[in-house]
Design a protein around this ligand. Structure first.
Ligand code: HEC
Ligand code: HEC
Length: 299
C-alpha cells in the first residue's frame, strides 16, 4: 500500500510539473510599457541621442513618413539632412530653434514641396514632452554628423513629470502609424476617415478584423486598398486589442483587451484548461492505484 501512495504522489508531482510547463507555453500579452530610459539634466549627449533614436523609431512613429537610412518612407524629408539644413530654413532662426519648431509646431513652416501632414510631436499620439523633443533633436544632430548642442533644462524634466499617462491603444496607434492617415481626437492625418467616433457604429470584433484585413469593408467616399494590410498584421496581438479598447472607449463602449477573442488569451479558459489537466492527472493516478490493488489481490 505504501509504494502505491509513493507512486501516486510521484505521478501527481509529474502532472503538476507538466501543467506548469504547459502554462509557460501559453502565449501571454506583452508587458507594457517597455522599459523607459530616464532623461535627466546630466544625461550625456551620446546617451541623449540614443534615447532620441529610440523615440523616433518607436514612440514618435516618425519612420512612417521619414527615413533615417538609405531605405524608408519619403512622405516627409530625409531626416539625415534635417539638422544640416535646419540653420538655413528660416532666415534669422538658428538650427536648434528651427528643429524644435518643426517638431512642436510642424505647420509653422512647410519644407517646400511637402504637404501639411506632420502631426505635432507634443500632441497625441506621440505626446512627447519637451525633454523627449530635445532628445530627438540630439539624435537628429548626431544623424547629420553635427555636434549635439541641445541641453536638457530642469524645467523640461518638471514639465515631463506633470504630463499624465496616455492610453496604451492611443500610443500604439502613434507607434504603428495609424495617426499618419487618420485623425483622432483632433490630431492626425486626413488620408483616411476620422476615427474618434468609429466605435459608435462598430463592434470590437469588427474593428479587430479591419486592422488585420482592411479589405473587409471600405468606408464610403474613401479609396479602397490604401490602408496597408501588412501594417496591422505586424502589430502584436496585445497592442491590436489595446487600439480597439481605445477606439471603443472613445464612444463610451468599454472593451477589455484581456477578454480577447483568442481562447488562449482568455483567463477563464486558461484556468479551465489547467483544472482539466489536473483532474485528468488525478483520475489517471486513481486508475493506477486501483490496478496495483488488483494485482496485489491476484497474488
Ligand atoms: C504623417 C507623416 C509624418 C510624421 C508621422 C512625421 N513627419 Fe516630420 N515631416 C513630415 C512632412 C510631410 C514634412 C515636411 C513638411 C513640413 O515641414 O511640415 C516633415 C518635416 C519634418 C522636419 C523638418 C525637416 C527639414 O528638412 O526641415 C523634421 C525635423 C521632422 N519632420 C521630424 C519628424 C520627427 C522627429 C517625427 C516623429 C516625432 C516626425 N517628423 C513625424 C511628415 C511627417
Ligand atoms: C496609409 C494610410 C492608412 C494607414 C497607415 C491606416 N489606415 Fe485605416 N484607413 C485608411 C483609409 C484610406 C480608410 C478608408 C478606406 C477603407 O475603409 O479602407 C481607412 C479606414 C479605416 C477604418 C474604418 C473607418 C470607418 O469609419 O469605416 C478603421 C477602423 C481604420 N482605418 C483603422 C486604422 C488603424 C487602427 C490603423 C493603424 C493600425 C490604420 N487604420 C492605418 C488609411 C490608412
Amino acid at each position: 500500500m505504501k509504494t502505491t501512495f509513493v507512486k501516486i504522489f510521484a505521478f501527481l508531482i509529474a502532472t503538476v510539473s507538466i501543467y506548469s510547463y504547459v502554462g509557460q507555453l501559453v502565449p501571454q500579452f506583452e508587458e507594457y510599457p517597455p522599459e523607459k530610459k530616464v532623461i535627466t539634466v546630466s544625461t550625456p549627449p551620446a546617451e541623449l541621442a540614443a534615447i532620441g533614436e529610440e523615440l523616433v523609431r518607436v514612440k514618435g512613429g516618425c519612420l512612417i513618413c521619414h527615413k533615417v537610412t538609405e531605405t524608408g518612407n519619403v512622405r516627409g524629408p530625409d531626416l539625415r539632412k534635417a539638422a544640416g539644413q535646419a540653420g538655413t530654413r528660416k532666415p534669422g532662426m538658428d538650427a536648434e530653434a528651427y528643429l524644435t519648431e518643426s517638431l512642436v509646431e510642424p505647420n509653422a513652416f512647410l519644407v517646400p514641396g511637402y504637404p501639411k501632414m506632420m502631426p505635432s510631436a507634443i500632441k497625441p499620439p506621440a505626446n512627447m514632452n519637451l525633454a523627449e523633443v530635445k532628445a530627438i533633436i540630439a539624435y537628429l544632430q548626431t544623424l547629420g554628423g553635427a555636434e549635439v548642442t541641445v541641453k536638457i533644462a530642469a524645467a523640461d524634466i518638471k514639465a515631463a513629470k506633470a504630463a499624465g499617462p496616455v492610453h496604451k491603444g492611443k500610443e500604439a496607434m502613434g507607434t504603428h502609424g495609424c495617426i499618419g492617415c487618420h485623425k483622432i481626437e483632433g490630431d492626425g492625418g486626413e488620408v483616411g476617415p476620422e476615427l474618434t467616433k468609429v466605435g459608435a457604429g462598430r463592434t470590437a470584433q469588427e474593428l479587430l478584423t479591419k486592422i488585420v484585413e482592411p479589405s473587409v469593408w471600405t468606408t464610403p467616399n474613401y479609396p479602397a486598398g490604401v490602408m496597408p494590410a501588412e501594417l496591422g498584421k505586424a502589430i502584436p496581438e496585445g497592442e491590436r486589442h489595446e487600439i480597439v479598447a481605445y477606439l471603443m472607449g472613445l464612444s463610451g463602449k468599454p472593451y477589455s483587451p484581456t477578454g480577447a477573442e483568442s481562447p488562449w488569451s482568455h483567463e477563464g479558459v486558461r484556468l479551465g484548461l489547467v483544472i482539466l489537466i489536473f483532474n485528468l492527472g488525478m483520475l489517471a493516478a486513481l486508475a493506477i492505484a486501483a490496478r496495483c490493488e488488483k494485482r496485489r489481490e491476484a497474488t
